[in-house]
Design a protein around this ligand. Structure first.
Ligand code: GUN
Length: 293
């Protein structure tokens, strides 16, 4: 069993980005600039956004945080988006989700210029991804693709089972892994809550992407020897022995499945740290005009 160390890989990639940014600046190029829009006071969102801004600083990007109260109107949010779309210094931006209930997330998403959509959530980028055209990839799938690539995990001809069909993880993973590409060429089964016999599917899997959102759901009896397990879950379970009263666990029962696996991502320290790196990579791609020319 080999542990896929997402924290270490994320740091390696951040170091590589920092070197590229330093070179860019030395040549008199523009400093990549990421903006984040945070509406309301959801504590988890505030932490995520703070981490994104910190990561920008670490690699030498410029960052801008646009923070507004929870009672900000949809019209005001759309104005902020328009301002960022038209600001030539901003290479990319994200609107942190979830938005307060009175704001239509889909409307906001559609208002973002696809050229600056470094979250990869706009239908233009999702469509381009599905067609195999250059596009910004959403953070979690992009991070997972990086892990498979850097750990040189063979995917071609392998049977991959994705558990969960969300727009931001399961569905894009199923598309990316089936694509004709260096990391790809898998035979993919996308499973979800209506799947009849999940165990029959996972037992056939060479690679499992677990994105269900249920603690310790994938157990040892559900996987075959040598399986690669990518655990996307971040679940809180009560733990009185911890100061904060809980601990984080993945969707896989790590102790049970790890001995049977060839590669596995831990939680925490696996997929999670890679998501911010993806955002930085997308912003760098935008500043280099790699996706849209
Ligand atoms: N909320 C949770 N994850 C994400 C993400 O990747 N992007 C945005 N914009 N909001 C999120």
């Amino acid at each position: 069993m080999k542990l896929i160390d997402g924290k270490a890989l994320a740091n390696t990639i951040k170091d590589e980005i920092a070197v590229e940014v330093a070179e860019l600046k030395e040549k008199g190029g523009k400093t990549p600039h990421l903006a984040a829009v945070l509406i309301g006071d959801d504590p988890a969102s505030a932490v995520y956004v703070r981490n994104k801004v910190r990561a920008c600083e670490k690699v030498g990007f410029k960052s801008t945080l646009v923070r507004k109260d929870a009672d900000t109107t949809e019209e005001e949010v759309l104005k902020i988006v328009e301002g960022l779309n038209n600001d030539p210094d901003i290479d990319g931006f994200i609107v942190q989700l979830p938005l307060p209930k009175h704001i239509d997330e889909e409307k906001v998403n559609l208002a973002i210029d696809p050229k600056k959509d470094v979250d990869g959530f706009h239908p233009m980028n999702v469509g381009r991804m599905a067609l195999g055209l250059p596009s910004y990839l959403p953070a979690t799938p992009f991070g997972i693709m990086q892990m498979l690539d850097r750990y040189e995990i063979e995917t071609s001809g392998k049977h991959c089972v994705v558990i969960g069909r969300s727009n931001i993880v399961g569905t894009p993973m199923s598309i990316l892994l089936s694509r004709k590409a260096k990391v790809g060429n898998c035979t993919v089964t996308l499973t979800h809550s209506r799947t009849k016999n999940l165990k029959a599917e996972t037992l056939r899997a060479d690679i499992i992407i677990a994105a269900i959102g249920r603690p310790d759901y994938l157990t040892a009896d559900m996987v075959k020897e040598g399986v690669v397990i990518i655990d996307v879950g971040i679940n809180r379970v009560d733990d009185a022995s911890r100061k904060r009263g809980y601990r984080l666990v993945g969707d896989a029962d790590f102790e049970g499945v790890a001995p049977k696996s060839s590669f596995i991502t831990p939680v925490p320290g696996g997929v999670g740290p890679m998501t911010i790196t993806s955002l930085l990579m997308n912003t760098l791609k935008s500043s280099r005009k790699e996706i849209y020319g």
